[in-house]
Design a protein around this ligand. Sequence first.
Ligand SMILES: *[C@@H]1O[C@H](CO)[C@@H](O)[C@H](O)[C@H]1NC(C)=O
Ligand SMILES: *[C@@H]1O[C@H](CO)[C@@H](O)[C@H](O)[C@H]1NC(C)=O
Ligand SMILES: *[C@@H]1O[C@H](CO)[C@@H](O)[C@H](O)[C@H]1NC(C)=O
Ligand SMILES: *[C@@H]1O[C@H](CO)[C@@H](O)[C@H](O)[C@H]1NC(C)=O
Ligand SMILES: *[C@@H]1O[C@H](CO)[C@@H](O)[C@H](O)[C@H]1NC(C)=O
Ligand SMILES: *[C@@H]1O[C@H](CO)[C@@H](O)[C@H](O)[C@H]1NC(C)=O
Ligand SMILES: *[C@@H]1O[C@H](CO)[C@@H](O)[C@H](O)[C@H]1NC(C)=O
Ligand SMILES: *[C@@H]1O[C@H](CO)[C@@H](O)[C@H](O)[C@H]1NC(C)=O
Ligand SMILES: *[C@@H]1O[C@H](CO)[C@@H](O)[C@H](O)[C@H]1NC(C)=O
Ligand SMILES: *[C@@H]1O[C@H](CO)[C@@H](O)[C@H](O)[C@H]1NC(C)=O
Ligand SMILES: *[C@@H]1O[C@H](CO)[C@@H](O)[C@H](O)[C@H]1NC(C)=O
Ligand SMILES: *[C@@H]1O[C@H](CO)[C@@H](O)[C@H](O)[C@H]1NC(C)=O
Length: 762
Amino acid sequence: MLTTTSRRRKSIAAWKGWQQRPLSIMVDSSFRKIDGRCNRWIMMMIVTVTVLVATYPVGTEANSLLLTGKNCIVTEPLYNITFNPTSLDSELAHHVKSDINEQFLFDVCDHLKNPCNGISGGAACLKRNNNTQVLLGRDSKLQLTDGRLHFNFTGGEPCRNDRNYSLDIILMCSYESVQEPLSVIPYSADQCGYFMFWTTNLACAPLPDRVKANECAVKDESGYTFNLLPLSHLRYHVADRNGSHFFVTACKPVHYGHMTMCPPGSSVCFVNNTETDYRKRYHDYGQTDPNPTIENGKLVMNMVSSEGTCQNAKIIFECDQTAEEEAPEYVAKEGCVHLFEWRTPLACKEKKFCAVVDPSSGILFNMSSLAGKSYIVKEGDKSYEFGICKMDKSRCGEKSGACELTKDNSEVVDLGKMDENLLYNITGAPYLLYKSGSICKQPNQRWSTKIEFICETDKGAKSEPKLVENNNCEVFIQMETELACAKPISCIATNLSDDRQIDLSALTSAEFNYEARVNETLAIAKDKKFFLNVCRPLLSIYGLGCPGGSAACMAMQSANDPTPREELSMGYPDVSLIIVRDRVQLKYLRGSACPQDKDTQLSSEIEFYCQPKAGRGVPILQEVMHDCHYRFEWATNVMCPQYTAKFHEKTCSIVSNDTDTALDLKKIFPDGVLVVNASKNSASSELRDGKVHLCTKNITAVVDYRERAVKMFFAVADASCEGTAGNINVNLKLECGNSSSFTTNEVRYGRKIKTVPIKYGK
Ligand SMILES: *[C@@H]1O[C@H](CO)[C@@H](O)[C@H](O)[C@H]1NC(C)=O
Ligand SMILES: *[C@@H]1O[C@H](CO)[C@@H](O)[C@H](O)[C@H]1NC(C)=O
Ligand SMILES: *[C@@H]1O[C@H](CO)[C@@H](O)[C@H](O)[C@H]1NC(C)=O
Ligand SMILES: *[C@@H]1O[C@H](CO)[C@@H](O)[C@H](O)[C@H]1NC(C)=O
Ligand SMILES: *[C@@H]1O[C@H](CO)[C@@H](O)[C@H](O)[C@H]1NC(C)=O
Ligand SMILES: *[C@@H]1O[C@H](CO)[C@@H](O)[C@H](O)[C@H]1NC(C)=O
Ligand SMILES: *[C@@H]1O[C@H](CO)[C@@H](O)[C@H](O)[C@H]1NC(C)=O
Ligand SMILES: *[C@@H]1O[C@H](CO)[C@@H](O)[C@H](O)[C@H]1NC(C)=O
Ligand SMILES: *[C@@H]1O[C@H](CO)[C@@H](O)[C@H](O)[C@H]1NC(C)=O
Ligand SMILES: *[C@@H]1O[C@H](CO)[C@@H](O)[C@H](O)[C@H]1NC(C)=O
Ligand SMILES: *[C@@H]1O[C@H](CO)[C@@H](O)[C@H](O)[C@H]1NC(C)=O
Ligand SMILES: *[C@@H]1O[C@H](CO)[C@@H](O)[C@H](O)[C@H]1NC(C)=O
């Protein structure tokens, strides 16, 4: 039920904004036991909504860490990790172009070979388009500033307003082998200071052995494999509701970084925001669990702290097909364990034939059109036959997915059993894994075959599957196909000033394209339309024939002929998001040739900014620069931080003083009573009656704009709950939905007990 309603929510509600619709309600509540019986989780979907103000908590920074490296090497004092990025000196191309084609030349750990603006021995140089040069820095130093590893270039030429030019190259940890391109951003209004991000594993703490090559997968008794590895590149900032927060990751540890000096190997890192001494601020509340396990039918990760202080953690994964944008949620502490709930489609057991969803973007890879056939690869005098998810006719034998054939086809070696589960690798390549073939070298080792699908870059050229390697009892086949090309760019940007991550993926749409409005002051023909998507290509719907892969497109579309014509690409989604002051910028570059200037390619830029009242918002075209560069602005609440609202006991409502809106709980729950299944033996009279009186509770309410939900927390007294100080902790989540009725769907002990439909609203 959640699935269908949520899906509608995403398509329609996301488009229109969520707070303007009339009050009507849809509640989908699961009241179930998460772990011990003293923590409860309830989810509901409603339409009504409060719009609330946003404020940022300000972190204290009384005691900070600043170290300058010697010879380009620096050792951080908390965990004795030595960062040695000297190899970047030779690896780097040493030059980067900004999007307006300025060229940056620099050398880390060394000096430039050629003079810059007539000055020799400098370290960083900016070459402008008009061939003028600017010395950005004479020297660079490797510095460690509160966990941020960066090359600080100083001694640049005077700029203006008594400022000198400067350059700061920030090294960001990533364990992935694929490097993101360097991006340059001017960060000061006067454009004297520049930042560059450089993602490299040299900025990482060493990985513990157990998570170096973990698959982060588990098989249930039916043989279904849950694979959580795609969650590993996300790091979540989860509020503990006491003013501090956790950093939470799955499968890999929290990356060491600015204001994230977490103990090595920890996946749940507690950051005490009231602690001013950085040496005591970060705590390991749970070391990374390399693979999930299944406990009472639930996918969980158990994380034990290395500090040995009754502060461990457990993540419970819940299946939610539509939860692409959802973050782990703090539930409560029970005994020595902090419980988190993480809703993700990866915890769903729904088998998709030959298809897989990338959970961070929601993009579906579907290889089923390749299924059924059998494919042959030849390597030397060997010949291999394989199928994709299914083979109608083959020489491999029943159940086999791949086999090696001898020249005369007389002998067949089974290289792995057919498997129709497409898997998804963090690198963006979907793959199939056929295991348990014939015995390979030793009796306990059997052949397996991995078929990886990679994006076909040379479109049109007929590409054959390739045998990449055949060793260690694994056959590795690569197949180029357009079906693997939907790889989205990361829709997450890191704010340099406060190190928060801003995730715009809630705006990425897999169901429709956004049509931009046009600022009334611009002279643009009425039937010229602008279509956009966020961090992914446009969908080819309604005859919109933009060049494949474009993320922004303009087309002519008149009222009497709605079929778009003269489509021109306004750029492709291959640059990641950057944050400039209070805005997030997304650029789409290298579009079609610009009609007004054939030497230039069309490009577009979208600036997102927080506006709590805006709902999801729509893009507005604000400016056309040099005829070819289109600048859009997009006010949205998706990037507004969570806001803690006030609960007024008297009126039983959650109130925002900013927008004069209130969420009247009595309107959702008649008489303010949340009806749950009666627990006959409960020590709590409310639970014995199955009636929880919300209005008398001390409710903490948090508005989460990104998830479009109001999250409520309160306690119900139950003397028998020792692990939680005599309370049952209840988490109640009201999600924006769009239906005129609501149902209470109560689930306990992981089993559905009953469904009570209640009509509500118009
Ligand atoms: C820090 O690590 C280095 C090796 O990487 C080791 O030689 C040194 O003794 C360690 N220092 C401390 C204080 O543990
Ligand atoms: C070159 O361009 C910069 C800014 O783009 C400008 O400040 C400078 O005056 C220009 N120099 C010349 C010689 O045109
Ligand atoms: C670079 O280092 C200097 C001192 O060496 C310091 O004043 C400046 O703030 C540093 N810049 C950055 C961006 O950290
Ligand atoms: C700026 O550059 C000038 C000339 O190179 C130098 O004299 C001055 O000390 C620099 N100022 C700073 C703050 O680095
Ligand atoms: C928040 O504070 C309450 C009361 O002091 C405590 O019971 C709870 O464990 C704290 N939460 C965390 C995450 O420390
Ligand atoms: C956070 O730090 C403060 C100040 O040292 C301390 O009093 C408090 O107990 C710490 N909180 C937690 C949850 O560790
Ligand atoms: C994959 O594509 C096929 C058609 O090629 C379609 O029938 C199937 O429903 C798609 N699978 C999913 C999960 O969308
Ligand atoms: C994912 O891809 C990387 C790089 O190609 C590879 O090293 C790793 O083994 C792959 N992981 C899985 C589970 O296939
Ligand atoms: C249209 O552009 C003008 C001038 O740039 C600006 O003042 C106005 O706010 C814009 N209108 C909208 C709806 O964004
Ligand atoms: C980045 O952080 C700074 C400081 O907290 C804040 O002023 C700015 O608005 C933030 N930017 C965005 C896009 O949230
Ligand atoms: C909203 O509440 C805050 C503090 O609770 C207060 O400072 C602010 O003035 C209020 N705003 C309005 C518009 O009432
Ligand atoms: C209500 O909860 C808040 C936050 O958890 C706490 O600070 C406050 O003391 C509680 N009030 C009562 C009356 O229990």
